[in-house]
Design a protein around this ligand. Structure first.
Ligand SMILES: NC(=O)c1ccc[n+]([C@@H]2O[C@H](COP(=O)([O-])OP(=O)(O)OC[C@H]3O[C@@H](n4cnc5c(N)ncnc54)[C@H](O)[C@@H]3O)[C@@H](O)[C@H]2O)c1
Ligand SMILES: [Zn+2]
Length: 354
């Protein structure tokens, strides 16, 4: 795959302190700030505080969790920057998962009309997905990522060592996005994911496959930064997946994003068999593999209508038709596939019967 044309420098780092130190050399030492969140600050206390103390960097620790990806946290960060005399030449270092990098990226992209920021993603999901593509944002008015900007960090520093402290569910949630990358664009990536031993994680191997996954994301982002056409490939599994995610939330049994994406991918693989000629045998094999890892989120017949409604609310849809990204075969996707209510009910029925 060709090198991406994205603006951010993506650095795969074995020694994040050293690489960050190299990076911050270009900035006035008095104008460097660091944002992280409570859990990451606690778990990675030594790494963060060594850096902060050595360079007299001002640090702010925001509350963890998706529920804190909100305006109040942005406001805290703006206040921190403002009270500490940050100016347009400042640099903000964001260390955390996708919640923190989205939130702090948004704060940086709006403070004084935008200051430089470096993202140091600490979860698998944020390393393979949120780190690349320049989308920043917060949840607002009950809606996910309702407010945000497109602005790329000047650098993204990916250190797989951070993943040694994440729990299995969050690991698998990120792994789901990697599977998506394999399915939409890169069969050799898909194969390496299939053979990856999830019970005994080999970190050197993991680093390699993360690089391949980031390449896929960067490919789509660089060819279509503002999602006019082929970047929609990245929505594979997400139209149905977001509906599962919202339903789960409504029913008081929330699930992690990547899990919902897997159940969405299963539904959309079935739609691919029906609409874009995806092989049924291959579909069955993939579904067996996915359910083996992620299990299944049980739905009842009464949930079909709600799931369908949730899909129509998805922002990717125009005039009542539901727009999917489907697959023709592994590694080959097709955007703008419109499916009817009947087809979707059929797919949900299939999913329920698995
Ligand atoms: N900008 C984008 O293109 C993009 C893409 C995908 C997802 N996202 C956003 O990313 C967010 C989800 O990202 P996420 O899954 O990283 O969520 P998250 O940042 O909330 O992290 C998940 C959990 O892991 C903890 N954590 C973080 N790093 C850890 C570490 N090294 N060890 C142990 N625990 C750690 C967090 O405190 C949290 O409890 C969502 O808000 C989503 O909208 C953005
Ligand atoms: Zn996703």
């Amino acid at each position: 795959m060709g090198k991406s044309k994205i603006y951010s420098k993506i650095i795969f780092s074995k020694t994040p302190q050293n690489d960050l130190e190299e990076w911050i050399k270009g900035y006035d030492t008095k104008k460097i700030y660091l944002a992280t969140e409570e859990k990451v600050d606690r778990l990675w206390d030594r790494l963060i505080n060594e850096l902060v103390e050595k360079h007299a960097i001002r640090k702010v620790v925001l509350p963890s969790g998706e529920e804190n990806k909100k305006l109040e946290s942005v406001s805290m960060l703006w206040e921190f920057l403002s009270n500490n005399e940050a100016d347009r030449k400042s640099l903000l270092i964001n260390i955390g998962g996708g919640m923190l990098t989205d939130l702090a990226g948004f704060a940086a992209s709006t403070f004084k009309r935008g200051i430089d920021f470096v993202n140091v993603p600490t979860t698998l999901l944020s390393q393979v997905d949120a780190s690349v593509g320049g989308k920043t944002g917060i949840n607002f008015n009950g809606l996910k990522n309702e407010i945000g900007t497109f602005r790329e960090p000047v650098a993204v520093l990916i250190h797989t060592g951070f993943l040694q402290t994440i729990d299995n569910d969050n690991f698998l949630s990120g792994f789901a996005e990697m599977i998506k990358h394999g399915l939409i664009h890169d069969t050799s990536h898909l194969e390496e994911l299939k053979s990856f031993d999830l019970n005994h994680i080999e970190y050197d191997r993991l680093k390699e496959i993360i690089e391949h996954s980031v390449d896929v994301k960067a490919y789509f982002v660089s060819h279509d930064p503002t999602e006019q056409n082929i970047r929609k490939a990245l929505n594979f599994g997400h139209t149905a997946g977001h509906a599962f995610e919202s339903l789960a939330m409504e029913q008081g049994r929330p699930v992690l994003h990547g899990y919902a994406v897997v159940w969405g991918m299963i539904t959309e693989l079935y739609l691919s068999v029906k609409n874009t000629g995806f092989s049924e045998t291959e579909c069955n094999e993939l579904i067996r593999w996915l359910i083996g890892i992620y299990g299944k989120f049980d739905i009842s017949e009464q949930d079909y209508e709600r799931l369908f409604m949730l899909m129509t609310h998805d922002k990717k849809n125009e005039s009542g038709r539901i727009n999917f990204t489907l697959l023709e075969k592994p590694g080959q996707m097709k955007i703008n596939q419109h499916c009817t209510r009947e087809m979707i009910y059929d797919a949900l029925k299939y999913y329920r019967g698995l």
